[in-house]
Structure formats: C-alpha cells, structure tokens
Design a binder for this molecule. Structure first.
Ligand SMILES: Cc1cc2nc3c(=O)[nH]c(=O)nc-3n(C[C@H](O)[C@H](O)[C@H](O)COP(=O)(O)OP(=O)(O)OC[C@H]3O[C@@H](n4cnc5c(N)ncnc54)[C@H](O)[C@@H]3O)c2cc1C
Ligand code: FES
Length: 272
C-alpha cells in the first residue's frame, strides 16, 4: 500500500462550483507523499463523534508548486454539510493519500475520461496531469450531469477537449455520459479495437458497469474508480469489499482499489 499519514492542515478556499457541489482547497504538507489521480483521502469533518467515521473524497487536483490540494464534493448529509461550513484558515483533519491511482496511458494511447456526478474530481485531476506532463494526445473528457446547474464551472481549457451532457438536454448533448461516450466512439476509429485508446471512468456504479460493457464491445481497456461506502478506509474492516473475478472473489476498494481494471470487477454480482 502506498505510504500515507494524518495531517492537520489549513483550509485555503471553499467555494460552490455547481448546484450542491463545492470545491475545497487546502494546504498539502510538503512532507506528505504527492497524491496522484484516482487516489483519495479521508476527512474527519467535525469536532464531535457525529459523524463517527472519517469520510472518503477523491483528490481533484494537486499543485506541487504551492503545496495545495483540492477535492470536489457534493452536499449529501452531515459530513459534507460540515465540510461546506469550513472557512479559510480552519484546520482540516486529513489522512492520505490512500488507494491506488489510475495507471497512466502509454505515450501513443488516446485517453478518454468519463465522469458522472461526484466522479468529476478524479477525472479533472487526471486530465490536468496528462496535459501538464505533455501527453501527446489531448485527453477527451466527457462529463455528465442531470441538468445544467449540476455541471461544475471549472471547464477551462486546461482540461483538454470537453464534451458536456445533461439528462434533460439543458446543456450540451442530451443523455447520459455513457450515451455521449457511445456516440463519440461510433464516430471515431477508436471503436475499431485498434487498442490505441484507454478509457477512464468515475461515477455511479451503473455508469461504470455500462462503461465497462461498452469498452468490452469496442475492445478497449477501461479503468474505473469505485465509490463504495467505507468504514475504516485502510483495509481493516472489509466494509468496502466488492466482488471480483479472481480466486479471492472479493477486493477491498480502499486498498486494492479504488481504481480497478474493469475486467477484474464482477459487475453482475456487484449489483450493477
Ligand atoms: C474512494 C471514494 C471517493 C469518493 N470521492 C468523492 C468525491 O470526490 N466527491 C464526493 O462528493 N463524494 C465522494 N465520495 C463519496 C463521499 O464519501 C460521500 O458522499 C460522503 O461520505 C457523504 O457523507 P455525508 O455524511 O455528507 O452523507 P451521509 O449521511 O453519509 O450519506 C448521505 C447519502 O449519500 C449516500 N452515500 C454516502 N456515501 C456514499 C458513497 N460512497 N457512494 C454513494 N453514495 C453514498 C448515502 O447512502 C446516503 O444516501 C467518495 C467515496 C469513496 C469511497
Ligand atoms: S473500508 Fe475498511 S477495509 Fe475498506
């Protein structure tokens, strides 16, 4: 498991970026291991025992120049409401980086990144990382939301070529991120199974399963970052186990994941 540690670190900024979505920026200690796209951290959001458990969030950005990191989170319940109340200079209790990162594509592979809902953070981090490292093929980024107000206002040039879509057609193409992926693949040579593309998926489980099926049909490799509800987040409780196609039958999302080659996940038996 990659090394990780617990830090009390100051909040730098906390701002709304879409309906019910916030971006939290905080100092990332110089002594801490550098996070990579796909990895996550856990946050103790309150001062009391409510909520009892630390909450996992994926890194959405890391800037080594000024030692800052970010997450994008959706307001859901107690912990995320406590996060939304954080102000600059408040202390943040974080543990990370945790889990395995996305494997980076070969130099001559075109990365296609697909995100829905809370899956947006890791995908933006990956796109930015590939561009800053000078990956020769611009990442294609497909972002889905229910409606226009659910799409973060972060879609600057730095994220490559972006296709946005909404379920109700209020912004971009109408339909899901997987519909947009299907139509993109059908209009490119990528669907011929040339093996020159690699798919990165992050979002709800049903979206990941659909992305896996499409990748299989098109003969392209896909990686998915899973978002299983977690207990300890460090491999001790088995609370995050998913069914996999291996002799062990189960894998822990927090330590063996959260990123998996989608061929490894038993999507039928994992309920998607
Ligand atoms: C590896 C990993 C990375 C994550 N990255 C992000 C991220 O970048 N941004 C983000 O907004 N969220 C992310 N999550 C989900 C996040 O941890 C939960 O949204 C958060 O714990 C909710 O806490 P809460 O107390 O506000 O809500 P709770 O009261 O705990 O839950 C409110 C509602 O959200 C549902 N919920 C809680 N956790 C999850 C989950 N993991 N998956 C699906 N539904 C859930 C619950 O079933 C409940 O209906 C990630 C989860 C994992 C495991
Ligand atoms: S959350 Fe405890 S083993 Fe993964």
């Amino acid at each position: 498991m990659p090394s990780m540690a617990r830090y009390l670190t100051p909040v730098l900024r906390n701002r709304p970026v879409a309906d019910q979505f916030y971006e939290l920026e905080f100092h990332w200690p110089a002594a801490a291991p550098a996070p990579s796209p796909g990895q996550f951290l856990t946050v103790r959001t309150g001062q009391t025992s409510v909520p009892l458990l630390r909450r996992p969030f994926a890194f959405s950005r890391y800037d080594p120049e000024d030692n800052s990191a970010r997450i994008i989170y959706q307001l859901r319940g107690t912990a995320t409401a406590q996060l939304a109340a954080k102000r600059p200079f408040d202390s943040l209790d974080v543990l990370g980086p945790l889990g395995h990162a996305f494997p980076l594509p070969d130099y001559d592979s075109r990365p296609i990144l697909v995100a829905g809902g809370i899956g947006i953070g890791p995908v933006l981090f990956l796109a930015r990382t590939l561009i800053s490292r000078g990956h020769p093929l611009t990442p294609r980024l497909i972002l889905g939301a229910r409606t226009r107000v659910g799409l973060p206002v972060l879609l600057e040039q730095e994220y490559g070529e972006v296709i946005a879509c909404t379920d109700d057609g209020s912004y971009g193409c109408r339909g899901s991120a997987i519909d947009a992926l299907q139509s993109y693949l059908s209009t490119t040579s990528i669907a011929t199974g040339s093996g020159e593309s690699v798919l990165y998926l992050c979002g709800p489980q049903a979206m990941l399963a659909a992305g896996h099926r499409l990748a299989t049909e098109c003969g392209i490799v896909a990686y998915a970052a899973l978002e299983q509800t977690m207990g300890c987040a460090v491999g001790a409780c088995m609370g995050c186990a998913v069914r996999v196609r291996s002799r062990e039958q189960y894998a822990r999302v927090c330590t063996e994941g959260p990123v998996f080659d989608t061929r490894m996940v038993d999507w039928e038996r994992s309920g998607a």
